[in-house]
Design a protein around this ligand. Structure first.
Ligand code: ARG
Length: 473
């Protein structure tokens, strides 16, 4: 008697073995299916399957002609997919079944040979690694773009000064270039970290089979070579159940987001009326629906906001893995949505931040140069001045603390003290104290390696340029 699920019954009889007598409940079929999101892997699935088919022919497991038919049929599916003619639905369960079924429609019964000596377990592992490899390549290129725009702005602002903070309290003035180069360095580590992750993504699990390998005389190194993997998993159980590579990626992605989010937070502060260090341009800011005076820093706010979801995907993947017995478990199907979203989020944020920096904001250099002259951020330099003239630093520090206190009470800045007043504080002060504590001198003098002194910053820019020129990809 026909059941309400007979449509599913029919399709699933094609994919699963004959041991199943009744159809999946439609809601369970939907629950089980991953096609709605793993369709993202289709091009990698096709490429992986083509390599597998070539290997089957190469080793004589199938004939050369059969191998060619499979490869051509798979290529046709690629074209159909690109032209939106191939849009498998939920009844296909996942992208692997969808492709295999369509292949059999195209090439006939030989299509049923494709899955010889393979399992969806090593197949999905292969697809995910091929996907991630591509994405890492793209993200690293985006990081380079981001670094380049930071360098360009830095180069134009070596002598623009900006207050430097610790505890969000004015600390010591900085070269704006130095501040921006800090983000360049973070991005450089992100770029290197991804190269390292890539090394462990680029290992082939294809041929691990369901979990134990296969009885067929396959050649795993042959498929690995065709797919440009660096090596193959040495243990079949590990190969089908490892998701370390995805966790490592999400961890590296989380750090990229941390860095973008910190920069975002600074941009949001700088754009506020309280700081007024930058102006947001209309192309990258929005207005309020009710308060006509407002211009909102939506881009950095969204980047800061999206950071949490990438951390969430990392956490979800770690928790998903921690209790899994070897080898494959269906839990592993849950690795995809978070990974895809992590990839898409990082890419979108890097793109938006690069545009924002390149054309969406302007540093108000006059205001910045004035800002550093309005505070006590040269107090360390007064202490250093005395220390350089033989006063023990701690003693000098205490002395300057008192000067700051009395100056604040008198409504004065350090530059407003008369030479007489300086010399009453300590006889070592001379007329050159004014020059010594001017913001420009203060910045320029921090010439220790990696410091904000202009000479150091110049060197850092040259080194950065040389570095990214040598290491393009
Ligand atoms: N859709 C599955 C996944 O993403 C493919 C692997 C299925 N393997 C299995 N033994 N059920 O993980």
């Amino acid at each position: 008697m026909p059941t309400p699920h007979s449509r599913f019954f029919m399709t699933q009889q094609q994919t699963w073995s004959q041991r199943f007598e009744s159809a999946l409940h439609p809601a369970i079929a939907r629950f089980n299916a991953s096609i709605s999101f793993d369709i993202e892997l289709i091009e990698y699935d096709l490429t992986g399957s083509q390599a597998h088919a070539k290997m089957l022919a190469h080793t004589g497991i199938i004939s050369q002609e059969e191998g060619e038919q499979l490869v051509t049929g798979l290529e046709q599916i690629r074209q159909e997919y690109r032209q939106r003619q191939f849009q498998p639905g939920i009844d296909a369960e996942d992208v692997h079944f969808a492709v295999e079924r369509r292949l059999t429609e195209i090439v006939g019964d030989v299509g049923k040979k494709l899955h010889t000596a393979r399992s969806r377990n090593d197949q999905v592992g292969t697809d995910t690694r091929l996907y991630l490899r591509d994405q890492i390549y793209q993200i690293r290129r985006q990081l380079r773009e981001f670094q380049l725009v930071l360098l360009d702005i830095a180069e134009q602002n070596i002598e623009t000064l900006i207050p430097g903070y610790t505890h969000l309290q004015r600390a010591q003035p900085l070269s704006l270039a130095h501040h921006l180069l800090a983000y360049f360095e973070m991005a450089q580590r992100d770029w290197e970290r991804l190269a390292d992750v890539y090394r462990r993504v680029n290992i082939s699990p294809l041929g691990c089979g369901a979990l134990a390998g296969t009885t067929f005389p396959i050649d795993r190194h042959y498929t690995a070579q065709l797919l440009e993997f660096d090596s193959v998993y040495a243990n079949s159980l590990d190969g089908v159940s490892d998701r370390d590579f995805a966790i490592e990626f999400l961890s590296a992605a989380s750090l990229i987001m941390v860095h973008l989010s910190r920069l975002s937070e600074e941009i949001i502060l700088w754009a506020s009326e309280e700081f007024r260090f930058i102006t947001l341009k209309d192309s990258c800011a929005t207005g309020s629906s009710i308060m006509p005076q407002k211009k909102n820093p939506d881009v950095p706010e969204l980047v800061r906001g999206k950071t949490g979801r990438v951390f969430g995907h990392l956490q979800a993947m770690l928790v998903m893995m921690k209790g899994l017995p070897l080898a494959y478990n269906k839990d592993l199907q849950e690795d995809k949505e978070g990974l895809f979203d992590g990839v898409n989020t990082v890419k979108a944020c890097l793109e938006a931040m690069t545009i924002l920096l390149r054309e969406g904001l302007e540093f108000r250099s006059q205001r910045l140069n004035e800002a550093v002259a309005e505070d006590f951020s040269n107090a360390t330099d007064v202490a250093d001045y005395l220390a350089a003239r033989g006063v023990p630093f701690r003693e000098a520090y205490n002395l300057v603390g008192k000067v700051v206190k009395t100056s604040i009470a008198a409504g004065k800045l350090l530059k407003d003290l008369t030479l007489d007043e300086w010399q009453q504080i300590h006889p070592a002060f001379a007329a050159d104290i004014y020059e010594a504590i001017s913001p420009r001198t203060v910045v320029s003098a921090r010439n220790s390696y990696g410091g904000t002194g202009f000479a150091q910053v110049n060197k850092a820019i040259l080194a950065a340029r040389a570095q990214i020129k040598d290491e393009v990809s």
